[in-house]
Structures are given as structure tokens and as C-alpha cells.
Write a protein that binds this ligand. Sequence first.
Ligand SMILES: Cc1cc2nc3c(=O)[nH]c(=O)nc-3n(C[C@H](O)[C@H](O)[C@H](O)COP(=O)(O)OP(=O)(O)OC[C@H]3O[C@@H](n4cnc5c(N)ncnc54)[C@H](O)[C@@H]3O)c2cc1C
Length: 459
Amino acid sequence: MNQKVIKKLVDIVGREFVSTHKEERFFYSRDGGTMEPYLPDVVVLPENSEQISKILCLANENKIPVYCMGAGLTLSGLHRPIKGGILLDIKRMDKILEVNEKSRYVVVEAGVSQGKLQAYLKKNYPHLKHSMPDAPPAATIGGNIAIHGSGHLSFLGGFHSDMVTGLEVVLANGKIMRTGSCSVSNNWFAKAPLPDLSGLFLGWFATTGIITKIGLKLYPAHSLSDVRVLVCEDPDLMSELIYRITDVHIAEDVITWMTPKPLWAKGFLHCNVIYGAKTKKELIFKRDLLFEQVREFIDKKVAGFLPLLPFMKKRFLDVPGKDLVRFADANKGGGFEYVGAMIPSNLFPDAYRIGLEVAEKNRVTYSLGSRIIGNNHCMMFFYAYAFNRADKDDIKKAQNALYETNIKILELGGIPWKAEIPAQKEILKRMDKNTKTLLFKIKNLMDPNHIMSPGNWED
Ligand SMILES: Cc1cc2nc3c(=O)[nH]c(=O)nc-3n(C[C@H](O)[C@H](O)[C@H](O)COP(=O)(O)OP(=O)(O)OC[C@H]3O[C@@H](n4cnc5c(N)ncnc54)[C@H](O)[C@@H]3O)c2cc1C
């Protein structure tokens, strides 16, 4: 890259926050998944929106691609600078700016990590919490909402992007703008009642702007919590059971999981129902209500709750949950990638069978599961395939399994989540023609020089 540009970047953020070192560029070129690496020309760590604005003006002038990374943990390689250029690492933007306790929302910079916000709330507002994904705690709030993430309060509140109350964004032309109530007043309470411009940035993978501040909903943190794990063998029955469980609004989080390891779990479909309460009486009431919802199936002996001692419950109540991370070590070589598929909840049995079929055909170790979103309106079904990072053939096998899963999900009527670039192309192929035309027009309007995350959401 032109030395004059590097010098200007140094002028904007300071020498210690610009790097062209090969080792550092290597680190930013990849993530833990199966997608091939691409080196950025330069890595830049801005401290605030004004610096990002200057960087984007400079990039536009010189037609340099700009990519943005939070923690780089999607596993689908979404931050990879596939056309080189500038890689913006936004982790220095990690201030928690405001907590509105009574209105239950927080305003944070986009680089605040999930772990930092969780720890901050536990310490300063123990009666409030935000919805944590099961990603490692280093994952950023910005990166997660940018991909429509979900987490342990998603049954209550929907996708994490649904929990956004407002955004500050730097546009490709360097202009800093806001969406939601904070664009009119100093309060970040809601996206309504205005035309919802946050939709121009959520799910776009940094192709329309860099999100710099976020208003996010908070929820009551109950002093007590419990989990019940329902088990059955029939995927069609599981679909009905989930429907019954979610018919009473007691849960905070409802997760299903199916995995061949450990052996005792093989062949069974599990559903964790996690709920909180202020008192023991409320907790027991919720447990009994849940039992009544599925009693008919338990009496018929086609489903049942796992007997769990208190110490056994901990692994299911941990936030973030660690089971997916443990799965990375299921095989030698510590690698795994997962495809998430957004599906309507009634497609659960088909989605499950797809996972088994693809895993068997490609001979990959699998872990399947789903998180119920927004009162069972839909679910994020995940297909995780383990691979050995040191074995190219094994990586290829996992890649094939992921690609096949994405295609089958699209055929089923679902949509791949945090789609890798090949899957983005498959989604666009199937998208309504007029919707696609509008999508590209918006992209061109917002980024006429095509500098923002080029390669993503492109035909
Ligand atoms: C073990 C494991 C478990 C996981 N469990 C979950 C889960 O339960 N729920 C879940 O939602 N995810 C989960 N994930 C996926 C992923 O790690 C998370 O979604 C994570 O929050 C992504 O954040 P990040 O900071 O790593 O984003 P990155 O990977 O850095 O970025 C993601 C995308 O957003 C863009 N982006 C990043 N920051 C910005 C910004 N400020 N403005 C505009 N665009 C931006 C990037 O360019 C990229 O396209 C899991 C991952 C792992 C490894």
C-alpha cells in the first residue's frame, strides 16, 4: 500500500495503532473456521467515530477497500479482507456510555465485548442483564448485532438485532449519523416511531457503514434460575414438545441439542428450558407449569425430563454456555465451524434429518441444535462439524458438509445465518428479483466506490 496513505493513517490514529507487520496481518487474515485466509495491507485500530470518519474519507479518496473486525469470531470468515486494503479493528472502542436503569437499556461503543458488558452489569446493576451469545466473551456487541446474533434471552427478546434501540454509524463517505430515538433526542430508548433506518446496517456485514455506538435492551436478572432438560427420540415429537413448552411464557432460553458424543446422549433429542424467578415459590410454580404442558407425553412414556442433580445443572446454566467450545475438541485438531440456519420452528424435524444425512455422507463428527427465537416464531438451527486444523483433507470435508447443509437448508425454505461468501451467493441467487435490485441499489447509493467490505453481498 502507498506509503503516503500509511502516513496519513498514522496521523489519524497514532503510530502504535497502525501495523503493516506480516505477523499481525496474518492474525487478522483468518478466523477459526474453514474459510481460506486473506491478508489485509494494513491493520488500523481507531479510538472513536471521528477517527473512523477520517479513515473512510481517506479510503474513499484512494479507493481502498475497508473491512471491519470486532473479535473475528463468526467462524464463517466474515471479517476477512478478501480484497486486501484496510482492516479496522474496533476493539479499542470499548466504553460503556450509559445505563438507563429504569428504562432498561444501555448505550455502548460497538467494540465493547460481551464479557465486559456482562461483568459491568453484574457489578454495578446486578438486577439487570443483556442477552449473551454463547460465543467466547471476547465477541463484540457490534459484531454480534451486525450478523443478527442471538443468545440466552432470545426466547424473550428475539434476535439481538431486535434488541437494538438505536445506532450511531459512520457512513462510507465519512458522515456520522444516528438511527432511532437518539437521532431526535438524547435518549436511546427505541427505534420506533421513526422510519427504521437501523435496518440499513443490521445484517449487512459492514457493507453499508461502520456501527460505532449501540443502544441495547436490558432485561431483569433474576436471583434464582433453573433448567429442565426434556428428552425424546422422535424429531417429529420434539417439534410438538417445543410448541407445548413455548405455549406457556416461562422460559428465558429454550435450546435443543443432539450430539453423538458423549455416548449417553447419542440418538436422543434434548431440549433445555431455562427460566428465572425472584422467589423459590415462583421457581416451583414455573417448574410445575412446564411439567403440566408435557405431562401427556411423559405419561405415554415417549418423553421425559432428565434427572439432574444441582451440580449437573451448572453446565446448562452457564452463560455463555461452553458446550459448543468443548465440541471443538471432539476430534483431534481442535477445529469446528458451524452453519446456522434460520428456519420457521415447524421445520425442526427436517432440519435435524438434514444434519444427520450430511454428516453421515461426509463422514464428519457433528453437533446439532437450535435456539428458539422470539416465542418460537423461528429458530436458529446450528450444524457444527468438527475438523482437524492440521489436516487439509479434513478441513475440505467439513467445508463440503457446510456447503451442502447450506444448499439443503435453502431448499427446505430456511436461510443460512452469518453466511460465508459462497452461501451469500446462493442466498442472492434465490432472492426475489426486485428485492435484490433494491438491495444492490442501496449498496451503491451508500458506497458508490465499493470500498466497504467488498466481496460480501455481491452477485
Ligand atoms: C463457540 C462459539 C459459540 C457461538 N455462539 C453464538 C451464539 O450463541 N449466538 C451468536 O449470535 N453467535 C454465536 N457465535 C458466533 C459469533 O462468534 C458471534 O456472533 C460473535 O458475537 C460475533 O462477534 P465478533 O465480534 O466476533 O464479530 P466479527 O466476526 O468481528 O464480525 C462479524 C461481522 O460483523 C461485521 N462487523 C463487526 N463489527 C462491526 C461494526 N462495528 N460495524 C459494522 N459491521 C461490523 C464484520 O465485518 C463481520 O462481517 C459463536 C461462535 C463461537 C466460536
